[in-house]
Design a binder for this molecule. Structure first.
Ligand SMILES: NC(=O)c1ccc[n+]([C@@H]2O[C@H](COP(=O)([O-])OP(=O)(O)OC[C@H]3O[C@@H](n4cnc5c(N)ncnc54)[C@H](OP(=O)(O)O)[C@@H]3O)[C@@H](O)[C@H]2O)c1
Length: 429
């Protein structure tokens, strides 16, 4: 007898899981038409089934017993619990038992990319993860399909709504990092423990996924250079604006020097760049391909319904594959491109230095930069503190190598004429 329905098990019924369960209830008819068979929720795994929830499910669907959920009669397992443990175990177990998996879990997908893709391939099923990057923004599927005819040159993205909200407030209102973070927490845009977001780790996981797909090679989160936004000062936003720039936490991966260089750090972006205008909690990913040129994907990077939109697209794709009975498409051969270290990056830099307000200081700094092969494009002297007899210099450099720049900065920081290196921010051209 032929199949009469597609059975789904949901692991997690929180912000995203709740949105998915609601979509399954409210759009059941439309989804049945699209998939060709009804999508039926068989089990929902949660930590605490007695917890009050904004959604009501049929009796007996919810369980706190992982075996009950994972051994249920299911074609598709949708993992929306988050975290590495036990999600990794549940995803791997589901794939190995021949079930298609849909997940929004960037940490698990990025850290265990090879292992999970190989488990899926061996079992002849697929792992889908559209919601793992950029919430509701379609980006995984375009990278796999619509841009497949291109050689990808680079990706530049704003893929963390919390930090983008904080930086937008700092730029617009001149507030310091701590105040902007507090505002974000009050509005529910930042978690009580925001470390993963503000230190850039969340963006690293997402960039690992984007870069691995775009360059057809595994770029591990450990291969990605990371710097968060906690060291930025309100003054940097003011000075950057005067120079025609906006500061954003960028996730960048580019084909460079025979490999792929991937990095997450604050960067100065020219005001007229499309990405510079992505404000608040919005996310955006710009992809540059050799045929298409630059394309920008922008939209809500989080939220119950927006993220459910991406998860359900994956569920529908898996459902169609199951119904058609066609074998899953094998993965592309790896390009073999290796991750390049940050040390050989060539970039322009913005440097803010607090110096003693006396003649000859600039010459000493310029000599150190020059000795390291870094040439100065412009210098502006900002506020002078007459009481402390210090002045602030904002230096823009020409393109220089990262390792040379860092050694020069280290030397400059030790000069008696220098009281503090305020900020060193790369300029993204
Ligand atoms: N929130 C967003 O806008 C968003 C956007 C994109 C991607 N994501 C990703 O989507 C995933 C889910 O995020 P979320 O915001 O929906 O999380 P959430 O609101 O914290 O919900 C997590 C759900 O998983 C359940 N759960 C957690 N650990 C469990 C365990 N060990 N055993 C059984 N159940 C467990 C929880 O059960 P209880 O309800 O009983 O506590 C809860 O229902 C994460 O990977 C996240 O990174 C989220």
């Amino acid at each position: 007898m032929g199949r009469t329905e597609i059975n789904i098990v949901l692991l997690g019924l929180g912000v995203v899981g709740g949105g998915v369960a609601r979509a399954l209830q409210e759009k059941a008819e439309a989804y049945a038409e699209q998939a060709g068979l009804p999508l039926v929720l068989r089990r929902v795994l949660v930590r605490d089934p007695s917890k009050p929830r904004p959604i009501s499910l049929d009796d007996g669907l919810m369980t706190a017993d992982p075996d009950e959920a994972l051994d249920a009669d299911a074609d598709i397992i949708v993992e929306l619990m988050g975290g590495e443990t036990p999600a990794l175990d549940y995803i791997e177990r589901s794939l190995k038992s021949g079930r298609h998996v849909v997940t929004a879990n960037k940490e698990v997908v990025s850290k265990h990319w090879l292992r999970l893709h190989s488990a899926a391939r061996d079992a002849g099923v697929e792992m889908h993860y559209e919601a793992s990057v950029g919430g509701g923004i379609p980006i995984i599927s375009p990278l796999k399909r619509d841009l497949a005819a291109n050689e990808i040159i680079g990706i530049r993205a704003i893929i963390n709504g919390t930090t983008n909200y904080i930086l937008t407030r700092m730029a617009a209102e001149g507030v310091d990092f701590g105040d902007a973070l507090r505002q974000a927490q009050e509005l529910g845009y930042a978690e009580a423990d925001p470390a993963n977001d503000i230190e850039g780790q969340d963006s690293v996981y997402k960039l690992s996924i984007l870069a691995s797909l775009a360059f057809r090679t595994f770029i591990s989160p450990d291969d990605i250079y990371r710097e968060g936004i906690t060291q930025l000062h309100a003054r940097d936003f003011k000075y950057a604006a005067e120079l025609g720039y906006i500061i954003k936490l960028l996730a960048v991966a580019k084909r460079e020097q025979g490999g792929v260089r991937a990095r997450v750090h604050p960067a100065l972006l020219a005001k007229d760049e499309l990405l510079a205008r992505v404000d608040g909690v919005l996310n955006a990913v710009q992809v540059e391909g050799d045929l298409v040129g630059k394309v920008l994907f922008q939209g809500p990077g989080a939220g119950s319904e927006a993220t459910a939109s991406a998860v359900m697209a994956d569920v529908l794709e898996a459902a169609k594959a199951i119904r058609s009975g066609e074998p899953t498409t094998p993965q592309d051969r790896s390009s073999g491109l290796a991750a390049e270290p940050i040390s050989k990056l060539v970039s322009r830099y913005y440097v803010r230095i607090e110096v003693m307000d006396r003649p000859g200081v600039l010459a000493v700094i310029a000599r150190s930069l020059g000795d390291h092969g870094v040439s100065i494009a412009s210098v502006i002297q900002k506020e002078t503190d007459e009481e402390g007899q210090t002045a602030e210099l904002v230096i823009m450099t020409h393109g220089a190598r990262e390792d040379s720049m860092q050694s020069s900065i280290k030397q400059i920081g030790g000069l008696p004429e220098v009281s503090e290196i305020g900020s060193v921010i790369r300029v993204e051209d």
